[in-house]
Design a protein around this ligand. Structure first.
Ligand code: ATP
Length: 364
C-alpha cells in the first residue's frame, strides 16, 4: 500500500469568537477531507492568547511556539481581549509576535465578492470583485512596537522602518502571486510625503523590472482608500506597508460583507499561519453567532498552500460550498442580516461540500 502523507495542523483557537470559528473551520476541513486516500490532516490544539495569559502568565507559551514551528501549518482563531492589557496599556497581541518570530513576512488578504446583498456593493455580480492585498508583515510602522522610547508628557514617537531586504521579499511574493492571477500589481505608499516611502517605491521599481510580464501602477494610500471603494473591480494585487495594509484590509473586508467574510494567510519561507482577518469580536463572543466564513476560507487557503492535489481539490470544494451557501438568503449570520448561528451555517456548508466539486473562483 502506498504511504499516506500526513500534514500536522496546529490549531490555536485563542479568545472571544476564536473558538467558535476554528471549531467551524476544523469541522469543514474534516468533512472535506474524509474521502482522502493518500493524504490526511492531523489536528492538535494549543493554547495562546489573553485567557492563557490570565491562566499561566504567558500569552504565547513555549510549547505552543514549538508546536507551530514543528507543524506543517497553523490555523488560528483570534487573540486578545480589551480588558486584558500590558502594563503600558496595550492589548496582548501574541498573533503578531507569532508572525514576527516565524518571520511570516507576506500577509495575504484576499477580497472576493461572494454575494452583494448586505454589502456596500449591492447590485454587483458575485465574482466581479476579486483582489488580494499583500501586506508587509514584519516591519513598517509596526516596527515601533519594539522601540524602548516611552512617551513623555510632551511627545511620543514611532518609527516606520523600511529595509531593502524586507521590501524586496514581499514585493517578489506579490509579483509571483500576480503572475498566477491577472498580472497586475499596485504599489500603495505615501511617497509624496515620507522619505521611507520614497525608498519603498524605489525598491518596488527595481523588483518590478524582474517581472516584465506583470504590469504595475503606484498609488498613494489615501487615493487607494478612495479607489478601493469607487472601483474595487479594477484591482488585482495590491502590495503595501504593514500599517497601511492593516487599515486597507478592514476597508476592503467591509466592501464584501465585513470582517466575517475576510480570510487571511501570513506566509514565510518556513512556516505559515492561516486566520480570519477579524479579531476576537468581544461584543458577540459567547453568543454562537460569529460568521465562520472568513476562517473557513482561510482553511481553504491553507489547503492550497499545502499544495498536494487532494488539498487543492478539497479547497475547491470548500469554496464551492461557501458560494452555494451564500446564494441562499436563509443561510446568513446576523452580521449579514441573517438569523443563522455559527453551528447552523457550518452544517449547511458541510452539507454542500459533496455537491460543489467545481472550483468557484477565488483562491490565491
Ligand atoms: P482586532 O483589533 O483584534 O483586529 P477589531 O477591534 O478590529 O479587532 P474585530 O474583533 O475584528 O475588532 O471586530 C470588529 C467588528 O466586526 C465587531 O463589531 C465584531 O462584532 C464584528 N465581527 C468581527 N468578526 C466577526 C465575525 N466573524 N462574525 C460577525 N461579526 C464579526
Amino acid at each position: 500500500m502506498p504511504a499516506t502523507t500526513t500534514y500536522r495542523i496546529a490549531v490555536l483557537p485563542g479568545d472571544g469568537i476564536g473558538r467558535d470559528v476554528t471549531d467551524a473551520a476544523v469541522a469543514v476541513l474534516k468533512a472535506a477531507t474524509r474521502h482522502w486516500t493518500g493524504t490526511q490532516l492531523e489536528f492538535r490544539e494549543y493554547q495562546a492568547g489573553a485567557a492563557e495569559y490570565l491562566r499561566s502568565g504567558c500569552d504565547l507559551p513555549e510549547a505552543t511556539l514549538a508546536a507551530c514551528r514543528e507543524s506543517d501549518a497553523v490555523l488560528l482563531g483570534a487573540m486578545g481581549l480589551p480588558d486584558v492589557r500590558k502594563a503600558d496599556g496595550r492589548e496582548l497581541t501574541p498573533q503578531i509576535e507569532l508572525r514576527e518570530i516565524l518571520d511570516l513576512y507576506c500577509g495575504l488578504r484576499p477580497i472576493q465578492l461572494f454575494h452583494s446583498a448586505d454589502t456596500p456593493l449591492k447590485g454587483r455580480d458575485a465574482g466581479e470583485i476579486d483582489f488580494v492585498i499583500v501586506r508587509e508583515n514584519t516591519e513598517g510602522l509596526f516596527f515601533a512596537r519594539h522601540e524602548q522610547r516611552p512617551a513623555t508628557d510632551f511627545e511620543a514617537r514611532d518609527t516606520l522602518r523600511i529595509t531593502r531586504a524586507g521590501s524586496e521579499r514581499v514585493f517578489r511574493s506579490a509579483f509571483r502571486l500576480a503572475r498566477r492571477r491577472r498580472r497586475h500589481v499596485t504599489l500603495v505608499d505615501k511617497a509624496n510625503v515620507l522619505p521611507s516611502m520614497v525608498f519603498f517605491r524605489k525598491v518596488f521599481d527595481e523588483v518590478a523590472a524582474e517581472f516584465p510580464e506583470v504590469t504595475t501602477d503606484r498609488m498613494y494610500v489615501d487615493a487607494a482608500a478612495l479607489h478601493l471603494v469607487r472601483r474595487p473591480e479594477s484591482f488585482d494585487v495590491l502590495v503595501t506597508e504593514n500599517m497601511f495594509g492593516d487599515i486597507l484590509s478592514d476597508l476592503a473586508a467591509a466592501l464584501v460583507g465585513g470582517m466575517g467574510m475576510a480570510p487571511s494567510a501570513d506566509i514565510g519561507d518556513e512556516a505559515a499561519v492561516f486566520q480570519p482577518s477579524h479579531g476576537t469580536a468581544p461584543d458577540i463572543a459567547g453568543k454562537g453567532i460569529a460568521n465562520p466564513i472568513a476562517t473557513i476560507l482561510s482553511a481553504a487557503l491553507m489547503l492550497e498552500w499545502l499544495e498536494c492535489p487532494e488539498c487543492i481539490a478539497a479547497a475547491a470544494r470548500i469554496r464551492g460550498a461557501v458560494t452555494a451557501v451564500l446564494s441562499d438568503p436563509a443561510c446568513r449570520t446576523p452580521d449579514l442580516s441573517g438569523r443563522m448561528k455559527t453551528e447552523g451555517l457550518t452544517a449547511e456548508i458541510v452539507e454542500r461540500l459533496d455537491i460543489s466539486g467545481e472550483r468557484s473562483g477565488g483562491g490565491v
